[in-house]
Ligand binder design. Structure first.
Ligand SMILES: Nc1nc2c(ncn2[C@@H]2O[C@H](COP(=O)(O)OP(=O)(O)OP(=O)(O)O)[C@@H](O)[C@H]2O)c(=O)[nH]1
Ligand SMILES: [Mg+2]
Length: 405
């Protein structure tokens, strides 16, 4: 029951973000959902009466409803009340928030896919009544035409997204010489706040679900001369039907190709562990190697007595507050060392006595970090092995970065 109320709290926040006002909650305990109306028919009637008496326009279900369930429910309520499910509310929020051409295209694609799944079954139902004889073409009903038009629009949008994605991919490949970090996590975990703190960029931070729909990338200086490109992403949420997230997946897939994936979890939430699990499942589904993931438990300032989060022995978990800045320096330090030891980074260590080689090393393009020691200089650099060999620096390659980070 505790989980149910937590889920309904979240649904209430979603409705609020979508611009609705929640007036009442109803729950029914059943062994299995009713195939026709999800909840029992008598229960629907009771809610219907209540809605009628209180001039309520919309009922939102926390679970995914099938198209025929929506239809049956609306009929049973004499088409006086609109029935929505969680996915429909989320899509509405996405549509309000999308700003960039890419996000708008992704949202439209998700909406039409959702609509199409609803039209298809209704159409097959109605076409039987029609007897297949149409006036608008060979056996076509209006719904069939709608369905066809939607399918055409869907393939057009998919095509458009491919072009946008290709452009983004090319731009990213050109940047390949830069290190990258992706911020991911449950909606409202504080990804944008951390992005803002790290980059000092003015991005939207709001105590609302899905504040970020358009991923943002920006260069960040992590101290000690280490630079990286950091990306803020769309948040995760439980019970989001798979076909809806598909359009957003490619953006996320690309973000998590980053050298380091920072998984942000709001540790002040009662069910933060389950939000963490949802995040881990998504990352696993995207094929992200856990070795590349750093877990950040955010909002430690809200923990009773400002409790500290113990660092895991392998330095993969950090407690921070994006708002107060607590723990952020430690995190930056960890990010620096993680970036230096990421795949694609080579470390060369040249004795200071080798003056000419030292000159070459400290002038290498795409240097990530550089550190002078008593008798040598260390340089971490993103460079091809071939180029390193051409410069004669490959003999100075070392496995470990020893300098300060
Ligand atoms: N007290 C406290 N609040 C925080 C902290 N970090 C973020 N918040 C608040 O949490 C809310 C959500 O923050 P965002 O940064 O927008 O979260 P997000 O993960 O980007 O959320 P979406 O873009 O909606 O997925 C805002 O009201 C922030 O002010 C923190 O460390 N402490
Ligand atoms: Mg955000």
């Amino acid at each position: 029951m505790q989980t149910v109320s937590a889920h309904l709290d979240e649904l209430e926040r979603l409705v609020d973000t979508a611009g609705g006002i929640v007036v009442e909650r109803f729950t029914q305990e059943r062994r299995a959902p009713d195939p026709a109306t999800f909840v029992g028919a008598g229960f629907v009637d009771r809610i219907g009466e209540w809605c009628h008496g209180n001039a309520i326009q919309t009922i939102v279900f926390d679970e995914d409803l099938s198209p025929s369930q929506v239809r049956n429910l609306e009929r049973r309520l004499d088409d006086q009340v609109k029935i929505l499910d969680r996915a429909a509310v989320i899509l509405d929020i996405f549509a309000r928030r999308a700003r960039s051409r890419e996000a708008q295209t992704q949202v439209e694609l998700a909406q039409l896919t959702y609509l199409l799944s609803r039209l298809t079954r209704r159409w097959s139902h109605l076409s039987r009544q029609d007897g297949g004889i149409g006036t608008r073409g060979v056996g076509e009903t209006q719904l069939e035409i709608d369905r066809r038009l939607i399918s055409v629009r869907i393939s057009h949008l998919k095509q458009k997204l491919k072009v946008i994605e290709k452009g983004r991919r090319l731009r990213r490949e050109r940047r390949q010489t830069q290190s990258s970090i992706a911020l991911v996590g449950y909606t409202n975990a504080g990804k944008s706040s951390l992005f803002r703190r790290l980059t000092r960029a003015d991005v939207l931070v709001e105590d609302q679900l899905f504040a970020t729909i358009d991923p943002k990338a920006k260069q960040v200086s992590l101290g000690e001369g280490v630079l990286a490109v950091i990306t803020d992403t769309v948040g995760f949420i439980r019970k989001l039907p798979h076909h809806l997230v598909a359009p957003f997946r490619s953006t996320l897939e690309e973000a998590v190709e980053a050298d380091i994936v920072v998984h942000v979890v709001d540790v002040s939430e009662e069910d933060w562990e389950s939000q963490r699990c949802i995040g881990e499942e998504v990352l696993e589904g995207l094929g992200v190697d856990p070795a590349r993931v750093i877990l950040v438990l955010n909002k430690i300032d809200l923990l009773p007595g400002g409790a500290c989060v113990d660092h895991a022995p392998d330095n993969r978990i950090f407690g921070v507050s994006a708002v107060s800045g607590a723990g952020v320096d430690d995190l930056c330090c960890r990010l620096r060392s993680a970036l230096i030891s990421a795949a694609g980074v080579t470390i060369v260590k040249v004795p200071l006595a080798q003056k000419e080689m030292v000159e070459r090393a400290v002038r290498l393009p795409h240097r990530l970090a550089q550190h002078f020691q008593e008798n040598s200089v260390e340089v971490a650099v993103r460079i091809s092995q071939g180029r390193l060999a051409e410069l004669g620096l490959d003999i100075y390659r070392v496995d470990e970065w020893e300098g300060s980070q």
